[in-house]
Design a protein around this ligand. Structure first.
Ligand code: SF4
Ligand code: SF4
Length: 282
């Protein structure tokens, strides 16, 4: 009995020694700057930087293979901290926000057919290019809202995605998920946007949507520097965005929205919205 206990104890001791030696021999040295960078990242693991998570990005930045300014959820504060850790100069890019370029919910835009399949925009898009008559309109099944790591997207009761300017960190996950390219990035400082994504001629747009851009050019004629019309669709020239609000009330279909005055109808996000960086890491 005693011999068995001693021999088992001996085996245990030898195994512990072997494991200790192996741990020393195969230990991987971690750059302390990598750990310091990981500490200051947002921890959201959202992939905005283009890496699979904060750990991979911290490693790449410390190793000199990644730009230190790519953590958009962290904003300018995180960039400054990383630059300090690395002893380099780095400036954060201008804060961006995602915008759903559509107001054509199920009350205001026509459907080609009633979709009864899987509750997913990508699945719906595969059936005859989606149930919405407008080829660029929001399908309203919330695929973008489900991928947003920050809970920044709400779906209205009438089936329209709306993005909170306060909650969006500009990670672009929704853009990658949307099968209709309805969502685009825009400077956070800009509050006026053309909320339409149709490139059809005005006469056709009128047939399927009450709030679509009909390329009438009134916005451009009102403020020539702030609007351009391309492919039958108006867009704001963000370099002149402070002048763009002058055309909002002139648009005959009300497809230009100033978010400083509120979100699209049906949204529960509070309004008016601070046009600068409220709620966002600056
Ligand atoms: S709304 Fe889009 S860009 Fe903004 S945080 Fe969510 S997924 Fe990222
Ligand atoms: S914005 Fe795109 S992903 Fe989001 S609900 Fe509309 S169609 Fe679907």
């Amino acid at each position: 009995m005693l011999a068995s206990i001693l021999s088992l104890g001996g085996i245990g001791l030898l195994a512990a020694l072997a494991l200790g030696l192996a741990a020393r021999k195969f230990a991987v040295e971690v750059d302390p700057r990598e750990l310091a960078i990981l500490e200051v990242l947002s921890g959201a693991n959202c992939g905005a930087c283009g890496y699979p998570g904060c750990g991979a990005y911290a490693k790449a930045v410390a190793g000199g293979t990644a730009d230190p300014t790519l953590c958009t959820p962290g904003g300018a504060g995180t960039v400054a901290q990383i630059a300090h850790i690395l002893g380099v100069e780095a400036t954060a890019a201008e804060p961006q926000v995602a915008v759903v370029r559509c107001q054509g919910d199920n009350d205001r835009a026509k459907l080609k057919y009633h979709y009864l399949g899987i509750y997913d925009c990508t699945a719906a898009q595969r059936i005859a290019d989606g149930p919405k008559s407008c080829p660029g309109g929001c399908l309203g099944l919330g695929t973008c809202a489900r991928v947003c790591p920050f809970g920044a997207i709400e779906m209205t009761a009438a089936g329209l995605a709306v993005i909170s300017r306060e909650k969006c960190t500009g990670c672009r996950k929704c853009i990658a998920a949307c099968p209709r390219q309805v969502i685009a990035m825009a400077p956070l400082r800009a509050t006026v946007h053309v909320l339409c994504n149709s490139q059809d001629k005005g006469a056709l747009v009128r047939k399927y949507c009450q709030v679509g851009c009909i390329a009438c050019q009134i916005c451009h004629k009102t403020v020539p520097a702030a609007y351009v019309i391309e492919n039958s669709l108006a867009r704001v020239v963000y370099e002149h965005q402070e002048e763009a609000a002058a055309a909002v009330a002139k648009c005959p279909t009300r497809c230009i929205r100033d978010f400083a005055e509120g979100y699209p109808e049906g949204s529960r996000f509070s309004a008016p919205t601070c046009p600068t960086t409220a709620g966002r890491a600056a």
